[in-house]
Structure formats: structure tokens, C-alpha cells
Design a protein around this ligand. Structure first.
Ligand code: NHR
Ligand code: GAR
Length: 206
């Protein structure tokens, strides 16, 4: 059985969408744990409700980024993850970390990459006046928010939108597109060719 580990920093709604899909669809994987860099992350309660082991690794307990990255890498190694899904995980990971888990790290980012990398994507999309916004699932590479794109969904920006209404519209799409990509990675159905990727459909039962 393949092992899945999820990293969070906050609310955990993407975490929930993945745990729910895994339960409902019976992925046949072992959800080994949820790790949060914040003790007050709401997603920890969601993980517990699904009976998934949780760990808190507070970045504030470490002297620098490298030390946090090393501790996180050691905690992950112990869980033998085949896939590590970042679900609203808010700490940038260094290149040593990314290389150690290359190909196994996947993230959901709240914009249509390569537009609006980094933070505050919804506010910046409104400021720039774009008419379409969205979400991107991508493999994590050491170039922040520039790893191979695995899935995207677009939503319209509406006249009266605020950061909150736009974020909510994007979030619904996040919950729709992220779980199937995590499943495809676990099932080895993702092909990578530079920055271009292709996801094979599941072999449907005869
Ligand atoms: N690490 C690497 N190497 N590559 C990526 O593509 C990553 C990554 C780590 C996280 C998620 C990303 C996003 O989807 C992600 C992608 C946090 C920041 C950030 O600046 C930027 C991008 C993302 C996540 N974080 C601040 C920092 O100093 C802290 C902000 C906070 O704690 O609230 O690390 O957007
Ligand atoms: C999501 O919108 C996710 O795309 C975004 O934070 C939210 C987390 O919500 N991620 C980032 O901004 C990463 N920098 P959730 O905790 O409910 O899944």
C-alpha cells in the first residue's frame, strides 16, 4: 500500500476534501499522518476526526529555515511517504528539502500559475483587474510555485467581488481538482516531461 502524508498550516479544507475522497472512493492507501507547522491549525481537528495521526512541528521552535526543513524531513522520512500533499502549507521549503523528496511533493496554489505566485493571490488578482482567476495543482520544485502543472481550474472574477467572495469561489474548485491529482500520483498515473505533464485515466473495471 502507498503512503500519503499531508502538510497543513491552517483551516484544512483541502485536507478534508482529500480525506473525504479517499474514504468515499476507497483509494486503498495508508494515510500515515498530517503534520502542521502551527499548533492552532484547524485542520488538526479534521485529521483527528478521520482518525489520522497528527504531529505539530512549529517552525518557531527552530533557529532557521534549514533546521526546520531538516526536522520536517526527518519526521516525513519516518512516515515513508510516497506522496506528500501540501494543503495550505505556508512555509517555503528549501532546495535541500525539495531535492530530498523530489517528485513526491504536490501543492495547491490559489491562482492560475504562472500568474500570482507567492502570497495574497486573490487581492493581487482583484488589483490587476483580471477577469479570470483560479487554482493550480503543481509538483513542488525549488523554484517557488514553478513546478510542473498537474491541474488547473478557472473561475470568473465578478463585478462585486471582494477577496472573500473570490477566495470562496476558487476554494470550491480547489476541492474539486486536488483529490484526483493526489490519487493519480499515488497510483503512478502521472507522466512528467519537463514542465509538461499528462495524467492517465484510471483503468475502469471491465
Ligand atoms: N516550497 C518550494 N520550494 N516550492 C514551492 O512551490 C512551494 C514551497 C512551499 C510552499 C506553497 C506556496 C503557495 O501555494 C508552497 C510552495 C508560502 C509562501 C510564503 O512566502 C509562499 C508560497 C507558498 C507558501 N510563506 C512565508 C515564508 O516566509 C510565510 C507566510 C506565513 O507564514 O504566513 O515562508 O502559495
Ligand atoms: C487554500 O486556498 C490554498 O490554496 C491556499 O491556502 C488556502 C488553504 O485553505 N494555499 C496557499 O495560499 C499556500 N500559500 P485550507 O487550509 O482550507 O485548505
Amino acid at each position: 500500500m502507498k503512503n500519503l502524508v499531508l502538510l497543513i498550516s491552517g483551516r484544512g479544507s483541502n485536507l478534508q476534501s482529500i480525506l473525504q475522497a479517499e474514504r468515499e472512493q476507497g483509494w486503498g492507501v495508508h494515510v500515515r499522518g498530517v503534520i502542521s507547522n502551527r499548533a492552532d491549525a484547524g485542520g488538526l481537528d479534521i485529521a483527528r476526526a478521520y482518525g489520522v495521526p497528527t504531529q505539530v512541528l512549529a517552525h518557531t521552535d527552530f533557529p532557521n529555515r534549514e533546521a526546520f526543513d531538516r526536522a520536517l524531513a526527518d519526521a516525513l522520512d519516518a512516515l515513508e511517504p510516497d506522496v506528500i500533499a501540501l494543503c495550505g502549507f505556508m512555509r517555503v521549503l528549501g532546495s535541500a528539502f525539495v531535492e530530498r523528496f523530489a517528485g513526491r511533493l504536490v501543492n495547491i496554489h490559489p491562482s492560475l500559475l504562472p500568474a500570482f505566485t507567492g502570497l495574497h493571490t486573490h487581492a493581487r488578482a482583484l488589483e490587476e483587474g483580471v477577469k479570470w482567476h483560479g487554482a493550480t495543482v503543481h509538483l513542488v520544485s525549488s523554484a517557488l510555485d514553478h513546478g510542473p502543472i498537474l491541474a488547473q481550474a478557472a473561475v470568473p472574477v465578478l463585478d462585486g467581488d471582494t477577496v472573500e467572495t473570490l477566495a470562496a469561489r476558487v476554494l470550491l474548485e480547489e476541492h474539486r481538482i486536488y483529490p484526483p491529482v493526489v490519487r493519480a500520483l499515488l497510483e503512478g498515473r502521472v507522466q512528467i516531461d519537463g514542465l509538461r505533464t499528462r495524467i492517465q485515466p484510471r483503468e475502469s473495471a471491465p
